[in-house]
Ligand binder design. Structure first.
Ligand SMILES: CC(C)(COP(=O)(O)OP(=O)(O)OC[C@H]1O[C@@H](n2cnc3c(N)ncnc32)[C@H](O)[C@@H]1OP(=O)(O)O)[C@@H](O)C(=O)NCCC(=O)NCCS
Length: 192
């Protein structure tokens, strides 16, 4: 049986980014940079935060509760650390038995189309296969979210036959999502 190496959320450095754990001090920059923004939330499962208290609540109830099975990174810029957190990337689902995970991400609109999420996602793929010893990584996007599909393709993921209709309770609507995936064999044969 394959066993994952569950080392938790550690710092990851890329050319332009530091991916790190969230802290309670991140609420203001998260709210200002992306949590409040309708454009960022359009294709996400949650609604925009109304005020910073919404952000503080998810930070304390969810984002900062780390253990070795929690993988949530705050995306920060090495060149502009004062901007705080400009986005997030995480394993929304981790299945230790099958050594698989699902990835979710979002980024402040001010930084879209600069290759930032592609850079972040590639580093997470590396972490998943090289450090955690995972076997298969999946991600999905709502049909119409072309930028997200493009990120998946640029990161070497392949289109899966898995298409699902999901109910989003916070938005009270159904959405159709398309899955992409990358497995260990494809990862080994790719250059990251
Ligand atoms: C999806 C998202 C994370 C992409 O982040 P990003 O840093 O802008 O992504 P990148 O710059 O690495 O790549 C985006 C690619 O999509 C392309 N793109 C952007 N908008 C597009 C559109 N409407 N239609 C087609 N392609 C589009 C860009 O041109 C770029 O491709 P290129 O490098 O070949 O030019 C960002 O748009 C975002 O946070 N969106 C809101 C939250 C969200 O949708 N999260 C994902 C839920 S599945």
């Amino acid at each position: 049986m394959d066993i994952m190496n569950l080392i938790g959320t550690n710092n990851i450095y890329t050319t332009r980014l530091l991916l790190r754990k969230f802290t309670l001090d991140d609420a203001q920059s998260m709210f200002d940079n992306y949590c409040h923004d309708e454009a960022v939330c359009k294709f996400m499962t949650r609604n925009p935060h109304r005020d910073i208290n919404d952000t503080k609540e998810i930070l304390s109830n969810y984002f900062t509760k780390y253990n070795n099975e929690t993988y949530k990174w705050a995306i920060t810029l090495l060149s502009e650390p004062e901007k705080g957190v400009i986005g997030s990337i995480d394993f929304t689902k981790l299945d230790i038995e099958s050594c698989t995970a699902e990835v979710g991400y979002c980024l402040s609109k001010a930084y879209w189309n600069k290759g930032i999420m592609t850079e972040a996602f590639k580093s997470i793929i590396n972490y998943f296969f090289n450090e955690l010893k995972g076997l298969r990584l999946e991600a999905c996007f709502e049909l119409g979210n072309d930028a997200s599909e493009k990120v998946m393709i640029k990161c070497g993921l392949k289109k899966s036959c898995r298409i699902e209709t999901n109910y989003l309770p916070l938005k009270n609507k159904n959405v159709v999502v398309q899955y992409y995936y990358i497995d260990k064999t494809t990862f080994i044969n790719n250059t990251y």
